[in-house]
Write a new protein. Structure first.
Lengths: 124, 124
DNA sequence: CTCGGCACTTTCCGTCACGGAAGTACCTTA
DNA sequence: TAAGGTACTTCCGTGACGGAAAGTGCCGAG
């Protein structure tokens, strides 16, 4: 984190990310409206469906399911279904997901700190 | 970055971010498809319209204009029009924008490193 | 035997984000 | 005089995003 503070363009010579490459796809997944919220919710430890719905305020069931499926397919989220009744499913971050969370949380903190200054507490 | 690695929930007691608050709005701005790309392009220094179009591969003129206007309104991007002919406009990061870039670049690096593993070089 | 709850899945449908193309204002160069 | 370049704005059409709500499978409680 010390030497690399300068140019991300050494890492990506052609434009920021070349259009239509895997980086763009993954970027869209992890920076999606609900992807961010679900990922960050899970930094607090394994959680169940209903817990996640509460944490990611405003998400619909459809979007939660879709987001979780995408994140799981990307290997960022682990889904563990326990064969008990009533059904119990726990979602957690995979090691890869934890890695991602480590770089995501600083961004979220920054947003949290600066939101009121930039947008205004009630505006828009 | 040492003591604060644990819970972002101390900072945000009610859910990740409360729905319909300024954090969500700012989050949407900075994690938008094109917002990320423009912001990161500008970490390389002040750039002109046409330069940004080339950097953020695939962006339309309409979206570039819209994204720049949003980011300027948020105080993240500085627009400097020089009264010369032909018109020359330079865009750069404000100090606030630089701050944001500092937390954004690690995320982009991570995405760049892991994209091929997660998504596959050509898939989807 | 019906009700209800958990964890989804699916369907329907509106809206708005986005792309594409064309238009604009102004001046330079040929 | 015409063509061209920069930095946009405007219009229009489509498709994907996303919300509401109903459906599903399974079982335990009453």
């Amino acid at each position: 984190m010390t030497e690399s503070a300068e140019s991300i363009f050494e890492q990506f010579p052609g434009g920021v990310f070349p259009a239509a490459c895997s980086s763009r796809v993954l970027l869209d997944h992890v920076t999606s409206k609900w992807g961010v919220l679900v990922l960050v919710s899970l930094t607090d430890g394994p959680q169940r469906w209903s817990e996640l719905r509460r944490r990611a305020q405003g998400i619909s069931e459809k979007m939660l399911a879709q987001t979780l499926r995408t994140l799981e397919a990307d290997g960022l989220v682990h889904r563990e279904q326990q064969p008990v009744m009533p059904p119990r499913v726990d979602y957690s971050l995979t090691p890869l997901g934890e890695e991602l969370a480590e770089v995501m949380v600083p961004l979220l903190r920054w947003v949290g700190r600066n939101a009121d200054t930039v947008i205004g507490p009630a505006t828009r």
